[in-house]
Design a protein around this ligand. Structure first.
Ligand SMILES: Cc1cc2nc3c(=O)[nH]c(=O)nc-3n(C[C@H](O)[C@H](O)[C@H](O)COP(=O)(O)O)c2cc1C
Length: 190
């Protein structure tokens, strides 16, 4: 089973990373390996809306998205982890998602969605926000779900935690890490 994950926080050892690590640990429990892409360290340009992918479903830009495209195409499971920044996904995540416009063209214009694969395609979304307000979580989730739909991840679960602001605050949450671990385990169950 091919399992990939995206870390969308720039804060090293931050709340998103700690949460993602637990999900990855859970996912890896039954012998699977989970690949982690640290989006903040990657060279990914924002979508230029050039229309270059409209007729082919292939992005004309060659940066680190080239390997991500391949991994998304072959993934059976995708974990997306982001902090809430200004009531939205982090820019690191959003830039990657926008570059998936080529999958959108492939699916909706060329009528060739990414194939399901032998295990189906499932996703897990992990969100952390410093505020107690739910709007940021809701808006981030809406974008992430549009991404999952575009890359044919039909089934997906969200774990979100509000009021988690200081670095490492997630460690003091009574259930978050355990829930992330269990969600990772559940994700790879067939
Ligand atoms: C640029 C920036 C914008 C933020 N905007 C929001 C926001 O709109 N809503 C919110 O709940 N938290 C917001 N936060 C707080 C972060 O979501 C919070 O600190 C989170 O725990 C960061 O996760 P990390 O440790 O993985 O980076 C913001 C933080 C930063 C740095």
């Amino acid at each position: 089973m091919n399992i990939i994950s995206f870390l969308g926080s720039p804060r090293k050892e931050g709340n998103t990373e700690l949460l993602l690590r637990e999900a990855v640990r859970g996912g890896g429990e039954s012998g699977h390996s989970v690949r982690i892409f640290n989006l903040n360290l990657m060279n990914i340009s924002p979508c230029q809306d050039c229309g270059g992918c409209e007729d082919t479903g292939i992005c004309i830009f060659e940066d680190d998205m080239v390997q991500i495209y391949e991994e998304i195409r072959n993934a059976d499971r995708i974990i997306l982890a982001s902090p809430v920044f200004f009531f939205a996904l982090s820019a690191q995540v959003k830039i990657m998602i926008d570059r998936c416009q080529c999958f959108w063209c492939e699916k909706y214009l060329l009528k060739k969605p990414v194939p399901e694969g032998p295990y189906g395609r499932k996703g897990l979304l992990l969100l952390v926000g410093g505020m107690k307000n739910e709007i940021g979580i809701q808006r981030a989730e809406a974008s992430a779900k549009a991404f999952f739909r575009t890359v044919s991840v039909t089934e997906n679960k969200t774990l979100s935690y509000m009021g988690i602001d200081a670095k490492g605050a997630i460690l003091k949450h009574p259930t978050a890490l355990k829930e992330a671990y269990e969600a990772g385990k559940e994700l790879v169950r067939v």
